[in-house]
Design a protein around this ligand. Structure first.
Ligand code: ATP
Ligand code: MG
Length: 405
């Protein structure tokens, strides 16, 4: 038995009356981007459902991707049959035999949008029920909470049958909440923060600071790979690598050790804001968690946040490490995050950063470096990669092993 389409039910968006069209349009685009490497598919967005016609493509790999797309409440792999009961019966039996084990409880539930069809919903329920009673006497009809529901949808073009409903990822379609810049390190926290931003419909681009020759190609690829892991939730994500080594060298040479970290973070935030403004983003997201490390005390956040008035959203701010790790495992970024390729902050981290930096002092020490000149230089060196589901960046096993040894 081969499924002919996957029927997708919309999530939270169905409650948003006026914006419905925009939501459906966005979800349709995101599904198309997520499934970009399945050229056989035809995607048809309708008012109450999205139909993905498989055209011979096996359903499982498509469903694996769909499970991750935000804005989907649930979906069902379905079989399309011509509107002729002589065709419907054998198709019902095939589907039930393939998906419903011996002795299960079930019911038939018909929905009809084509009111010209010979049977109404009741008539269809009875006809199919009688037929199954005959061919599958092992099954038990149960109206309340059966193990299986055979859904029969009579539409203008065909009749659709399904027995399975798979839960979607929920959330809002990525893009319906606007655009933001996400500060992505190679650590555990920021990929989780990025996931949570995507879940609320925020279309993010990744801003990643790297410091060759102090940081390796592997460290950069790890951040790209983390980005690739997050693309199935909404589609494509732009990854913006910002060269940060010269800035760090300058800061190290001219700023007292206690303020190295604060001034570095201020420069990161200044650059992220500049990128965000250039690209029309309305907010910045990061993976800070209150009190986790020296740079994340409230005093520290205040001294860093001082450089911008743009909203900074911190999705994991109040989660503790155990909770963040559990989430990272769930979205499968944890294993990548703990690979020991040092990022720019680890390498220039002072042994004892101030946990209670003063805003005035941070401002003063920052004047010791040429902020504008250094920022212009970094902005001129941005490297932008558009990352899509299925892209891979950590393939050169030999390089990875060499660095780990
Ligand atoms: P993470 O696990 O996300 O790295 P962390 O607990 O290690 O977080 P920090 O290293 O202090 O915390 O970083 C705090 C936040 O600053 C990160 O979550 C991220 O949003 C941002 N950040 C840190 N390093 C980088 C980087 N190299 N590029 C982009 N953003 C960064
Ligand atoms: Mg980190």
């Amino acid at each position: 038995m081969e499924y002919s389409e996957i029927m997708v039910r919309y999530g939270e968006l169905s409650t948003k009356g006026r914006n419905r069209q925009a939501f459906i349009g966005r979800l349709n685009g995101n599904v198309a981007k997520t499934l970009h490497d399945f050229p056989e598919l035809t995607i048809r967005p309708k008012r109450d459902r999205l139909h993905i016609e498989l055209n011979g493509q096996p359903s499982q790999p498509v469903m694996d991707r769909l499970k991750m797309v935000f804005g989907i409440q649930s979906f069902s792999p379905s079989v399309a049959v011509a509107k002729d009961m002589d065709k419907v019966y054998p198709a019902v039996l095939d589907l039930m035999n393939a998906t419903v084990p011996q002795g299960s409880t079930y019911k038939v539930m018909t929905k009809r949008s084509d009111h010209d069809f010979e049977l109404d919903t009741n008539g269809m329920n009875l006809a199919v029920g009688d037929y199954l009673d005959d061919k599958r006497p092992d099954l038990v009809v149960k109206m309340k909470q059966p193990e299986y529901t055979l859904r029969v949808e009579v539409r203008r073009e065909a009749i659709y049958l399904s027995t399975e409903t798979i839960l979607g990822a929920g959330g809002l379609p990525v893009g319906t909440a606007g655009h933001a810049a996400m500060m992505l390190s190679g650590g555990i926290d920021s990929p989780v923060a990025a996931y949570l931003a995507l879940k609320r419909g925020v279309d993010i681009e990744m801003v990643h600071f790297f410091s060759p020759p102090y940081t390796s190609e592997n460290a950069l690829n790890k951040a790209k790979e983390l980005t690739a892991k997050l693309t199935p939730y909404g589609g494509r994500i732009d990854f913006i690598a910002v060269p940060f080594a010269h800035i760090q060298e300058e800061i190290k040479a001219k700023v007292p050790e206690g303020y190295l970290m604060t001034v570095q973070r201020r420069l990161m935030l200044r650059l992220t804001e500049a990128i965000a403004k250039q690209r029309g983003d309305l907010a910045i997201f990061n993976g800070e968690s209150v009190g986790q490390v020296a740079s994340q005390t409230l005093a520290s956040m205040a001294a860093i946040n001082d450089v911008t008035t743009m909203p900074i959203v911190r999705p994991v701010a109040t989660m503790d490490k155990v909770e963040i790790i559990a989430e990272a495992e769930k979205i499968d970024t944890y294993e990548l995050s703990i690979m020991p390729f040092e990022d720019c902050c680890t390498i220039f981290a002072p042994p004892s950063p101030k946990t209670q930096p003063k805003i005035d002092k941070a401002r003063y020490y920052e004047t010791k470096i040429d902020v504008e000149g250094l920022m212009a230089e970094a902005m001129a060196g941005l490297q932008i990669t558009s990352i899509r589901p299925g892209d891979e960046f950590m393939k050169q096993d030999e390089d990875i092993i060499a660095e780990l040894l």
